[in-house]
Design a protein around this ligand. Structure first.
Ligand SMILES: [Zn+2]
Length: 300
């Protein structure tokens, strides 16, 4: 499996690889059984899992975007420094993985601001991008974009144009677009979806990436690149490359979503790196063809 083996027609096209830097016990699926106050009691797996991902990316000389949780940065500043020093983009995943629709405007502002201060102190430069815990910018929390604009973020990657019980913004633009708000604009990179029979199917991250057979995901990426002429935004989490992580006892649905096909993530990631080219989200910000004629105005 050498890097040059398959990169043929898609070699010219860049996609985005994104990683949400959080540990297995912080996820929304288990937030009803793992309280934030108890996070420090759980066995930490973040450093080992991140090193596996970083080593793989280094092998392929690929740079990605890492949306770092403020709590992780506070407790593992060296890890954040290491990601940054390796040349990857550091972006913001909020402070403690609270869903935005459970927060007031002021609580959200404080969460973002706290994370921003901690992380930027470590890396010594400004973060450009933000991704909400569990894609929790939905119709009723679209106001969160105004606060991100005020906090100086240039892009967001939290609006998932799908139907889902925890997140989703049905009808939102599937591809990168500019969102016009009263107080300015922000660029949006939605996690990628594939349109089948009029439905947007999540396809490029989390449980969906683990669930779909690799050839299906590969062909969806190729189609989006070739037919839609758009980049794909892939997302994954460090705990998804850790099949041996301690099992948490949530409800059946949560366990299915969290544990399905964990051992497939790493080989799938390697296969994507073999076949496709990637760059961090920030490097798409100056690609005019992505942003011309793609302004959306969601209800204020
Ligand atoms: Zn997350």
């Amino acid at each position: 499996m050498k890097k040059s083996a398959h990169k043929s027609t898609h070699q010219h096209f860049f996609n985005a690889l994104t990683v949400d830097v959080e540990d297995y016990y912080m996820v929304s699926a288990f937030s009803d059984i793992v309280k934030f106050e108890d996070w420090h009691k759980y066995e930490s797996r973040i450093e080992n899992n991140m090193h596996r991902i970083l080593e793989l990316l280094d092998e392929y000389k690929v740079k990605a975007t890492f949306f770092v949780l403020g709590w992780i940065a506070k407790h593992y500043p060296n890890l954040v420094r290491e990601i940054h020093t390796a040349g990857h983009e550091i972006a913001c995943h909020g402070y403690n993985h609270k869903l935005i629709y459970h927060l007031t405007h002021e609580q959200f502002r404080e969460d973002v601001h706290t994370a921003k201060c901690i992380i930027e102190d470590i890396i010594g430069s400004q973060m450009l991008g933000y991704r909400a815990a569990s894609y929790s910018i939905v119709k009723r929390t679209i106001w969160a974009l105004d606060i991100l604009i005020e906090e100086g973020f240039l892009y967001d990657s939290s609006i998932f144009p799908v139907h889902h019980d925890r997140y989703g913004f049905p009808g939102a633009n599937r591809f990168p677009h500019v969102i016009q708000r009263k107080n300015g604009t922000i660029k949006e990179f939605p996690p990628s979806t594939f349109k089948i029979l009029g439905q947007n199917i999540p396809m490029a991250g989390g449980g969906y990436l683990r669930l779909f057979p690799l050839p299906i995901t590969r062909s969806m990426i190729k189609r989006i690149n070739a037919k839609d002429n758009q980049p794909v935004t892939i997302y994954l989490h460090p705990w998804e490359v850790d099949a041996d992580q301690p099992r948490l006892n949530g409800c059946l649905k949560s366990k299915f979503r969290h544990y399905i096909n964990l051992s497939s993530t790493f080989p799938k990631l390697r296969s994507f790196l073999d076949e496709f080219r990637f760059r961090p989200l920030s490097e798409f910000l100056d690609t005019p063809s992505l942003w011309d004629s793609s302004t959306s105005q969601y209800a204020q």
